[in-house]
Design a protein around this ligand. Structure first.
Ligand code: DSN
Length: 420
């Protein structure tokens, strides 16, 4: 476990911020569904001297010398990624999820081409065509939505109709706030009918797929899968793009470097290798299944006590609670209230939200991080009870201070990996 003694001696101001963050992570409940805690081994390699090396190019084909060991770690990351996701080709250099999305668009499209993605108001992601992103000046984005927000069923008939009219070159399956499993076979069928590539952005659920707790889009013949590596997959912050098609693989590699990015961040590539090695172990499959069990359990606990969840439940690691309907509170009020008792989640739009993005009706929460701490169904009940108590006692300052103490004591029983 890192001790940070050199940092403490040389830069007390930065060390103080780090110490504060370690304390916050130990004493609080992390429910932001895109966050997780990496292992001590992943933390160690991220802080290693691989940081010092420039490695433009790919293993065996670099622009600079001295690549014996960078080639070794990048090859390990690639081979482990291929094994984990049944991919024929993996590029492990994207610096994060948004760059992986952009590199994929640039590799597979021409300016002016159309991409069809999930509507942002129904759970899609900013990088899938939100007007605030620059990428929308280069490509046209069209949408698909849920047919029924009570079940979460996607409107696949409308998807086909719009696809026939708009002729997208990519149909994108992926989300950051959708609690159900997509039907990849149906999406692939639509893509095939209109001659589009089927691309999955599985950033949120990569760990579930790796652990066999969610379906792998490659099993339904998807052309490309891209992902972040730091959410349910529990690796370093970073991105990755995979395909089964060697020709697409060549296009993707050329676009990631030199087309779009510069040199890889080699300590993160090495950390991806370590995280993928961990995800290949049988215990990671137990972890992935437990994330989903915990999430379903907590969702049911809330619903049994009158809470309204978008799609009335979950199939994955996340849930969206309509706070207005559940508790007559805005999402922002719930986020701020929970911050006061050491419980972290984020305000979030719900489907067809009548309110604005910065002041939405809902909150989004997930179970990836708390499952890493070893929490199971029993602990989900305790956490959900803490949250309901915070809501009930929201105007009672003394009760909230006492609850914060209880949350802290509870959290200290479940160590955070990498923090002493
Ligand atoms: N920040 C990530 C999420 O929470 O979904 C991806 O943008």
């Amino acid at each position: 476990m890192p001790t940070y003694t050199s940092l403490q001696a040389s830069d007390p101001a930065v060390y103080a911020a780090l110490a504060g963050e370690m304390k916050r992570q130990k004493e609080g409940v992390e429910l932001i569904c895109s966050e997780n805690y990496v292992s001590p081994a992943v933390l160690e390699i991220m802080g290693s001297v691989f940081n010092n090396k420039y490695s433009e190019g790919y293993p065996g084909k670099r622009y600079y010398g001295g690549q014996e060991f960078t080639d070794q770690v990048e090859t390990l990351a690639i081979e482990r990624a291929k094994q984990l996701f049944k991919a024929g080709h993996a590029n492990v250099q994207p610096h994060a999820g948004a760059p992986a999305n952009i590199a994929t668009y640039f590799a597979l499209l021409e300016p002016g081409d159309t991409v069809m993605g999930m509507d942002l108001s129904h759970g899609g992601h900013l990088t899938h065509g939100h007007p605030v992103t620059y990428i929308t000046k280069i490509f046209k984005f069209v949408r698909y939505k849920m047919k029924d927000v009570e079940s979460g069923e996607i409107d696949y008939e409308e998807m086909l109709e719009v696809a026939k009219k708009e002729r997208p070159k990519i149909i994108l399956a992926g989300f950051s706030a959708y609690p159900r499993e997509l039907n990849y076979a149906k999406i692939k069928a639509v893509a095939k009918e209109v001659g589009a590539l089927a691309v999955a952005d599985m950033a949120h659920i990569a760990g579930l797929i790796a652990g066999g707790a969610a379906r792998n889009p490659f099993d339904d013949d998807f052309d490309v899968i891209l992902t972040t590596t730091h959410k349910t997959l529990r690796g370093p912050r970073g991105g990755m793009i995979m395909t089964k098609d060697p020709e697409l693989g060549k296009k993707i590699d050329k676009m990631v470097f030199p087309g779009y990015q510069g040199g890889p961040i080699m300590q993160m590539v090495a950390a991806k290798a370590v995280a993928f090695g961990e995800a290949l172990k049988p215990e990671f499959s137990d972890y992935a299944h437990q994330i989903v069990k915990n999430c379903k359990h907590m969702a049911q606990f809330f619903m049994d006590r009158g809470a309204k969840l978008v799609t009335n439940g979950t199939d994955n690691h996340l849930m969206l609670i309509d706070c207005v309907k559940s508790w007559n509170l805005a999402g922002k009020e719930v986020e701020q209230l929970f911050d006061r008792v050491n419980i972290t989640l984020n305000k979030n739009m719900i489907a067809d939200d009548p309110r604005k993005a910065m002041d939405p009706s809902g909150v989004r929460l997930g179970t990836a991080a708390i499952t890493t701490r070893g929490m199971k169904e029993k602990e989900m009940d305790v956490l959900a009870q803490f949250m309901l108590r915070a809501i009930e006692k929201r105007n009672d300052e003394k009760a909230l201070i006492s609850l914060r103490g209880e949350v802290k004591e509870f959290c200290l029983q479940f160590p955070v990996p990498g923090i002493a």
